[in-house]
Design a binder for this molecule. Structure first.
Ligand code: ADP
Ligand code: ADP
Length: 226
């Protein structure tokens, strides 16, 4: 089932910058798609458009075969992970992870928080504060906070870009193992070809000036859930 489809999509910003031209892309359920390309090729612009933030200036986009608005909040459960873990410094790890549930008015979240912390191996740090954690651990908290909502589309914008190389490799391995277990649909922005090939079932290669899709490579069709 298609999660997202773009046909002939272009984006020109108000200042005249042509960020994307003629982009055709489709993302199917259970795929781990990475968008890879040099700085300025429009990866973040495309990711934001997939998130329904910002319209194209040309072309057509569909989410679950509908317009973004028509899908409705409940149908399009999106979660974002950015390069900055962006945790609340005054709140514990557990509180940070719980945040999306609280924002949607949910109570009695302890079990889901534990489950999310377990996914990223941070159960023993539930009462720690972000400043007590390493960069890699903070990013794990950020991933747990995204996963707790059970998103049907997870958007990751260069999530490990600020980490040192060893930590980055470790988190890539963990993310891959987690995805193999859970099989959400992921769009992952990176400028690392290595990372994109390591993680994805599909690599969309982009180029700059103007931003466009050069190639769309299926690495591995997602196996059915076991
Ligand atoms: P990437 O994520 O691949 O680095 P971006 O999507 O951030 O690329 O940017 C694509 C192009 O659009 C770049 O030339 C960038 O300078 C420009 N751009 C991004 N955001 C804006 C904006 N809000 N207004 C004008 N130009 C922008
Ligand atoms: P980074 O991912 O930033 O490199 P590490 O994961 O290496 O950070 O962790 C930094 C320190 O925290 C290490 O001493 C590591 O043993 C410890 N640590 C990290 N994750 C856990 C965990 N899940 N349980 C216990 N200790 C951990």
């Amino acid at each position: 089932r298609p999660v997202f489809e773009a046909t002939g999509v272009g984006k020109t910003y108000a200042n005249g910058t042509v960020a994307l031209t003629d982009v055709d892309i489709d993302i199917r359920e259970g795929e781990f798609v990475s968008l890879v390309g040099p700085s300025g090729c429009g990866k973040s612009t495309l990711l934001r458009m997939i998130a329904g933030l910002g319209q194209g200036t040309e072309g057509e986009m569909r989410w679950w075969e509908q317009d973004f608005g028509a899908v409705g909040q409940a149908g399009r459960k999106l979660a974002f992970v950015f390069q900055e873990a962006a945790l609340m410094p005054w709140a514990t790890v557990a509180r940070n992870v719980e945040l999306p549930l609280r924002l949607s008015g949910q109570r009695k979240n302890a079990e889901q928080v534990e489950e999310a912390l377990e996914m990223v191996g941070l159960q023993d740090f539930r009462n720690a504060y972000p400043r007590e954690l390493s960069g890699g651990m903070q990013m794990r908290v950020s991933i747990a906070r995204a996963l707790i909502t059970k998103p049907n589309l997870l958007l990751m914008d260069e999530p490990f870009g600020a980490l040192d190389e060893m930590t980055r490799a470790k988190l890539n391995q963990e993310l891959l193992e987690l995805w193999e277990r859970l099989r959400w649909t992921v769009v992952f922005v990176t400028h690392s070809v290595y990372e994109s090939v390591f993680l994805s079932t599909r690599v969309v290669v982009m180029a700059a000036r103007p931003g466009r899709v050069l190639d769309d490579i299926v690495i591995d069709a997602p196996a059915p859930r076991s």
